[in-house]
Ligand binder design. Structure first.
Ligand SMILES: *Cc1c(COP(=O)(O)O)cnc(C)c1O
Length: 540
């Protein structure tokens, strides 16, 4: 028997999955010249059973079609229709039994899987629903959905051009567009696993920029580096400080004015104080759209201070970056071109599916990212590539593989055009303005600020028994206690999702924060918010 035939036979019988028998194994000697045969007592054949996973199997195709129908109807259509609830809330213990989670040794049938899929959707929060105003994200559009679906079907990583050629080109195109919007003449972009990751990445680059030796030596023996951010900032700078070994005590909190902006003179005072104490000021994090109040720090004024003391200026525009897409509202980001870096979450204001977090670097040298991060792994970034290796972005990051987040944003932007991306922002502002004005004149609502710079609107709800009373400490305590109770009623009714929080730095009792990002929210939905608060909360 020829060797080839022997091998073929072996392979075929293997596939036939008979019971255990013994077989001949082929061995090749080291030189490859002579072929040897040897009898091995190895059990080669055992029954292997597995559900069909072939995309050419008609049953699998039927399964895919049905799954798509369910996703389209239950998630995309009912999930964005206010005739249906925004949430079917269950306590965790109840949900454990309501969801059919059991995985047994035998494969589930397609029908069982499809039923389970329906239940997963049923008990999930519909963040594309017009009454989901709970977080800084929400809203769905068909273009970004298709972009999101295609990514896992091509299942690749964004480290080299070799495995992700089309995605690399799309990323580079979008980075250029974003860099032009923020006003960085020479710069780079990088999609990061979230805004927190982008903010930490900025801090890492800033530290390397000031102290390149840190790459090799670490921070041992260095004087404490100081970072500055406002009392309204996101907690990610603190996370960065703890993660990069800089210490959270070295994050200096700068007071804000009564509208939530960092007070620039306070920033300068703290920097001077630190210099006198022997600290090394390094980094200022400006917040461009604060998470709770939506305030934008003055980038131009802060950049003056940064220039004077040679500090890195990062704009955390995770929430407010979307304003750059609107000619009417981009003045809020005035001075963005003066920053060293910017973090901008498209999955927030622009409603791109989570996550879509762009980090943008202002870098005239063109090689900061590479110098800070490159480790030149030989198995990925060969120096003798058959194409222009500058298209391999992987070595400039701190990751190995990177998720392909670009297609959903690119499809959305192309599908809506610049004008549609702008309209999403402008519509959100118009509705937020409508709601603010209406809340101001409606009994039972008290605004946290007289105006808001972004589309997160904060207010206290005052139930009937507390209206018109003296606003002393006891009264505020009662207002504080209303919020969690009203939230519970809202969730159990399943009609509306709006977040509440306290703001201890400003001494504010629990208040509600409506977030408007979804283009499907109508003015009538704004009216509904007010009616629903009254319906659910008047007797609290
Ligand atoms: C949401 C937010 C972040 C964090 O973004 P993630 O993508 O959730 O990590 C950072 N800063 C601000 C101002 C935010 O609103």
């Amino acid at each position: 028997m020829s060797l080839d035939r022997q091998q073929r036979l072996w392979t075929t019988t293997c596939h036939q999955q008979f019971s255990t028998i013994f077989s001949l194994l082929r061995l090749k000697n080291l030189t490859g010249q002579k072929k040897l045969f040897q009898l091995y007592q190895v059990p080669l054949y055992r029954p292997i059973k597995m559900a069909s996973t072939s995309f050419h199997d008609p049953e699998v195709v039927k399964f895919l079609d049905k799954a798509f129908e369910i996703i389209k109807e239950e998630s995309l259509q009912k999930g964005t229709d206010n005739k249906y609830p925004v949430v079917d809330f269950q306590q965790p213990k109840d949900l454990e039994s309501l969801l059919d989670t059991e995985i047994s040794s035998e494969p589930a049938t397609h029908d069982q899987l499809l039923d389970a899929l329906k239940k997963i959707i049923q008990y999930s929060v519909k963040t594309g629903h017009p009454h989901f105003m709970n977080q800084l994200y929400g809203g769905l559009d068909p273009y970004s959905q298709v972009g999101a679906w295609v990514t896992p079907t091509l299942n690749t990583n964004l480290h080299t051009y070799e495995v992700a050629p089309a995605f690399v080109i799309l990323e580079r195109y979008i980075y250029k567009k974003m860099l032009a919007l923020v006003g960085f003449e020479h710069g780079e972009g990088l999609f990061c696993p979230g805004g927190t990751a982008s903010n930490i990445f900025a801090l890492h680059l800033a530290r390397f920029n000031k102290f390149p030796d840190v790459r090799k030596n670490g921070i041992y023996g260095m004087k404490p580096l100081r970072m500055y951010t406002s009392d309204m900032a996101h907690y990610s700078l603190k996370k960065g400080a703890l993660y990069l070994g800089l210490g959270t005590d070295n994050v200096v909190t700068i007071n804000t004015d009564d509208r939530g902006h960092m007070i620039t003179s306070e920033l300068e005072r703290c920097i001077k104080e630190d210099l006198e104490k022997g600290f090394v000021p390094m980094y200022v994090n400006a917040t461009s759209g604060s998470t709770v109040l939506g305030s934008f720090d003055d980038l131009t004024a802060i950049s003056e201070v940064c220039k004077t003391y040679n500090l890195w200026l990062h704009s955390d525009a995770c929430w407010g970056g979307g304003t750059l897409l609107s000619r009417k509202h981009r003045h809020l980001m005035k001075g963005s071109h003066l920053c060293n870096s910017i973090a901008w979450n498209f999955h927030k204001f622009s409603g791109t599916p989570i996550q879509s977090s762009a980090f943008l670097l202002n870098d005239p040298s063109g090689n900061l990212m590479e110098e800070a991060n490159s480790t030149k792994a030989e198995y990925l970034f060969q120096p003798d590539k058959y194409y222009d290796a500058s298209y391999d972005i992987g070595d400039k990051t701190v990751q190995c593989g990177r998720s392909v987040d670009i297609v959903k944003l690119w499809m959305q932007w192309r599908g809506l055009g610049d004008s549609g991306m702008e309209a999403k922002i402008d519509l959100a502002y118009d509705k937020a303005h409508y709601l603010t004005e209406k809340l101001k004149i409606t009994e039972g609502f008290k605004m946290v600020l007289p105006e808001f710079e972004c589309t997160n609107i904060s207010f206290w709800y005052i139930p009937k028994r507390l209206r018109g009373k003296v606003e002393d400490d006891g009264w505020w305590q009662e207002v504080n206690d209303v919020a969690p109770k009203l939230k519970e009623r809202m969730m159990k009714a399943g009609t509306l999702m709006i977040q509440y929080q306290a703001l201890s730095t400003k001494g504010y009792a629990n208040f509600f924060r409506v977030v408007i990002v979804n283009q499907h929210v109508n003015y009538s939905d704004m009216d509904f918010v007010i009616e629903e608060f009254e319906r659910l909360g008047h007797d609290l």
